[in-house]
Each structure stands twice: as structure tokens, then as C-alpha cells.
Write a protein that binds this ligand. Structure first.
Ligand code: HQG
Length: 183
């Protein structure tokens, strides 16, 4: 039985950040050749094409999309690709989970996309907490006044798996939530 999580992490690495590690190239919209990726995964992990299809279908965050003979990650890229998403009107409030240590810089310069193409925002506090908990330290959940941002003409995109994306969140739209509000 192949290690699905290990394979999924490898797929995220290759399809978001380092396609060259699998000898692949991504087109301008982030698509890679599915057969070529499966061949690499078969060599590296002993997993079949059917396993890859199952891993994509069962991925808890629906991180990948397959269309015909091609595959891409639906968000999270650091390589310069265009997902071709249409701007989308966000809910009035969005959330961002992060760590206390980052807070002074975030409140000074806003949320930056860092190594990724976009800042990632969640529609609920619970999801933002899961994102925050990926790192060590005290969790901080920021409330983003997305209604005001949209009103000021800032653009949002909704990824294929429900993550809200934007270029930058200036500090004036951010507010730290209190511990009492956390689930
Ligand atoms: C922080 C996962 C200092 C930011 C999740 C975050 C997400 C700043 C870190 C997706 C800053 C970047 C993305 C500033 C932002 N100064 N620190 N001005 N602005 N930061 O991993 O949002 O499982 O690139 O708060 O579910 O943590 O991979 O972004 O802590 O959707 O599919 O800099 O990754 O999805 O970290 O996570 P990341 P993220 P997957």
C-alpha cells in the first residue's frame, strides 16, 4: 500500500514549487502532463496511475485537479503561473491563521504572500486555526475586513478548493481576534 500522504506531499512540491524535481514542466496555467508525473511516482513510490487518481480524488483538501491527460495544484504555488481564476466577490469577513511571532511585522506591513503567489484566507475561524497550527508557537487569528477591501477595489479569487486568495492585505483591514472568539 503506497503512502498516500507522502505521495500527496511530493505532488504538492512538484506541482506548486519545484517541477524540475520530477523532470516536469508546468504550462502557463500550472498544468503538468499526468502520465509523466505518474511515471515518476511509480518509480519513486511504486504507486500506480490508479493510486494517483485515488489520491487526487480522496485528498482531504482537494489540492489537485485532473483534466484529461493533465494535472495541476489548485492553489499554493510559488512558481509563477496563472490559475486563470476570475475575480470573485468575497464574504464580508475572512480569516487568516498565523503565529504570534509574525504579528508585529504583519500589523506593520500587512499580510504578504511571502514565497507564494497570493495571501491565503479562510472563510471560517476553524479553517484558519488549522492553517495556524501547521507551525510551532502561539496561534493568532486575524479578521480581515474583506468587504471594505472589495469596496476599495482590491481583488479576490476563490481557488478550486475554497481558499480565498488576494495579493496583499494592508494593515488597516486587519484585526486580531481575541482568545474568547476561538473555537
Ligand atoms: C506569514 C496550506 C511576517 C503568514 C494552508 C504565514 C494554506 C508574514 C507565513 C496555505 C507577513 C506564510 C498557505 C508579514 C504574512 N510578516 N510574516 N508581513 N505576512 N506572514 O505557508 O497562509 O496544506 O506561505 O501569516 O492550508 O500559512 O499547503 O502561508 O504564517 O491555505 O494545501 O507568513 O498552505 O495549504 O506562510 O498557508 P505560507 P499560509 P496546503
Amino acid at each position: 500500500m503506497p503512502d498516500d500522504i507522502q505521495i500527496s506531499k511530493f505532488m504538492s512540491l512538484v506541482l506548486r514549487h519545484a517541477p524540475e524535481q520530477a523532470g516536469l514542466t508546468l504550462d502557463e496555467n500550472g498544468w503538468a502532463d499526468l502520465g509523466a508525473l505518474c511515471a515518476v511516482i511509480e518509480r519513486k513510490f511504486g504507486a500506480s496511475t490508479t493510486d494517483v487518481a485515488r489520491i487526487v480524488a480522496e485528498n482531504p483538501k482537494q489540492r489537485f485537479a485532473i483534466e484529461g491527460d493533465r494535472i495541476r495544484a489548485v492553489q499554493g504555488h510559488s512558481v509563477d503561473i496563472d490559475l486563470g481564476l476570475a475575480p470573485s466577490n468575497p464574504p464580508a469577513v475572512l480569516y487568516h491563521g498565523t503565529k504570534e511571532g509574525f504579528l508585529p511585522a504583519i500589523l506593520r506591513e500587512g499580510l504578504r504572500s511571502q514565497s507564494r503567489q497570493h495571501v491565503h484566507l479562510s472563510k471560517d475561524i476553524g479553517t484558519a486555526l488549522v492553517v495556524a497550527r501547521r507551525r510551532k508557537g502561539k496561534d493568532v487569528i486575524l479578521r480581515v475586513d474583506s468587504a471594505a477591501m472589495a469596496g476599495d477595489g482590491l481583488i479576490f479569487f476563490l481557488s478550486g478548493n475554497g481558499v480565498w486568495l488576494t495579493d496583499h492585505v494592508p494593515p488597516r483591514y486587519l484585526q486580531a481576534t481575541s482568545e474568547r472568539e476561538l473555537p
